[in-house]
Write a protein that binds this ligand. Sequence first.
Ligand code: 5GP
Ligand code: ZN
Length: 105
Amino acid sequence: MDCIFCQISKGEIPAEIIYHDKLFVVFKDIKPKARLHFLIVPRRHIVSINDLKLKDAMLAGKMILLARKIARDQGVADSGYQLHFNVGRGAGQLVEHLHLHFMAA
Ligand code: 5GP
Ligand code: ZN
């Protein structure tokens, strides 16, 4: 499968990875729209929020808690940050592998 985020997760193509664990990889967006712009990506191939099942509730929750950790680590927890999901082509989702945009000025 030629999914770019699966390939980044497996280390098959390069990215500026700032955090990784068993479930997630977090890397810099290649075309940043803010001073800090990261993508929080589950390693499992899930297309979008539309494809989440109830059994994925823990994964979805952990994704948000990971965003909070990134905010603390980057020193923007208090100054503020944006979390953003694009869901579907019509909303501008170009990469069909679930990702949470993390942005901070
Ligand atoms: P979407 O529009 O699907 O919500 O966001 C996809 C994001 O992935 C875009 O902001 C785009 O710049 C970023 N992106 C696309 N391809 C790559 C890549 O190969 N490497 C990195 N680091 N980011 C990518
Ligand atoms: Zn994928």
